[in-house]
Design a binder for this molecule. Structure first.
Ligand SMILES: N=C(N)NCCS(=O)(=O)O
Ligand SMILES: [Mn+2]
Ligand SMILES: [Mn+2]
Length: 320
């Protein structure tokens, strides 16, 4: 009997054991449990779009990412990562935000992740609009101290205010930096582009010590050399990955609320996440999938794929 016949860890329900279009609608059709007890990694949904500034819909993101994730098989054929031979992983459901109150939702999310992290599980979050990263980073910093950040996005999300409000999906990294949640010499933002509120929007990031890599700097290139530099920059310290699906080009990921032309390719998205292998990754999120504009489901499938790739680079994942 091979070790594959006697799994020690939770396994996704296989596509030859139950048709892919049946079975549980959990992330990768993994077992679900009520909290992160006993887990090495936990998929969590945050069904929220009340922080969005343009077209809404990300409240439906977690469900659609879970649904499209049924296409994912356990073994990574490119990197040979075998996450389900290595870690105990489950889907722990959704954070019960207050959909009528964004500010209260921020507190609900922070408390939820504080409890989650008490189990020493690594959270991989299915968003949800980008507001959610701020309270997650609050919980992360409580546990780990200021974290390094690999942020993929069309937008810097460092707005001081939106409509006079401090809480919005365009503000999470401004708030995180103000609160000392980030190790600002270990922050890289990749894929920024488009039009700004002011000509110097991205300079605020640079003034903080963040490394800004615009989409134009990525066009037509492999991002493997960039990621070698990022690994050097991140060192051994804790690293959080926040992937806004609108960092990808809208031809690949049209199902999102604040679309910007000429973004990253999906191979570049994979190079970025795979390039985090070997780092002390303490959590990640995939945000801004808005199913109403995702007629084929491909945006959600790309999101599910990137979350799977984050799982594959967590510390302790074996390669076969
Ligand atoms: N999609 C995200 N996260 N941000 C958009 C920021 S803004 O364009 O509304 O300023
Ligand atoms: Mn964005
Ligand atoms: Mn964003």
């Amino acid at each position: 009997m091979s070790e594959h016949d006697t799994p020690r860890f939770n396994q996704p329900l296989g596509g030859n054991d139950m048709p892919r279009f049946g079975g549980p609608a959990s992330m990768m059709r993994l077992p679900m449990q009520a909290n992160a007890k006993g887990l090495d990694a936990a998929f969590v949904g945050i069904p929220m779009d009340i922080g969005t500034s343009n077209r809404p819909g990300t409240r439906l993101g977690p469900r659609q990412i879970r649904d499209e994730s049924r296409m994912l098989r356990p073994y990574n054929m490119a990197t040979r990562a075998a996450p389900f031979d290595s870690l105990q992983v489950a889907d722990i459901g959704d954070v019960p935000i207050n959909t009528f109150d964004l500010k209260k939702s921020v507190g609900i999310i922070e408390n939820y992740y504080h409890e989650l992290l008490s189990h020493d599980a690594v959270p991989l979050t299915l968003g949800g609009d980008h507001t959610l990263t701020w309270p997650i980073l609050r919980a992360m910093a409580r546990k780990h101290g200021p974290v390094g950040l690999i942020h993929i996005d069309a937008h810097a999300d460092i707005n001081e205010h939106m409509f006079g409000e401090e809480v919005a999906h365009g503000c999470p990294f401004r708030r995180a930096q103000e609160e000392g949640l980030l190790d600002s010499q270990r922050v890289v933002q990749i894929g920024l582009r488009g039009t700004g509120y002011a000509a110097d929007d991205f300079d605020w990031c640079r003034e903080q010590g963040f490394r800004v890599v615009t989409a134009e700097q990525c066009w037509h290139k492999s991002l493997e050399p960039l990621m070698a530099e990022v690994r050097e920059q991140m060192g051994d310290g804790p690293v959080y990955i926040s992937f806004d699906i609108d960092g990808l080009d809208p031809s690949v990921a049209p199902g999102t609320g604040t679309v910007e032309a000429a973004g990253l390719t999906m191979p570049q998205g994979l190079e970025i996440v795979r390039g985090a292998q070997g780092l002390n990754v303490v959590g990640g999120d995939l945000v801004e999938v808005a199913p109403p504009y995702d007629a084929s489901g491909n945006t959600a499938l790309m999101g599910a794929t990137l979350l799977y790739e984050m799982l594959c680079v967590l510390p302790g994942v074996k390669r076969r």
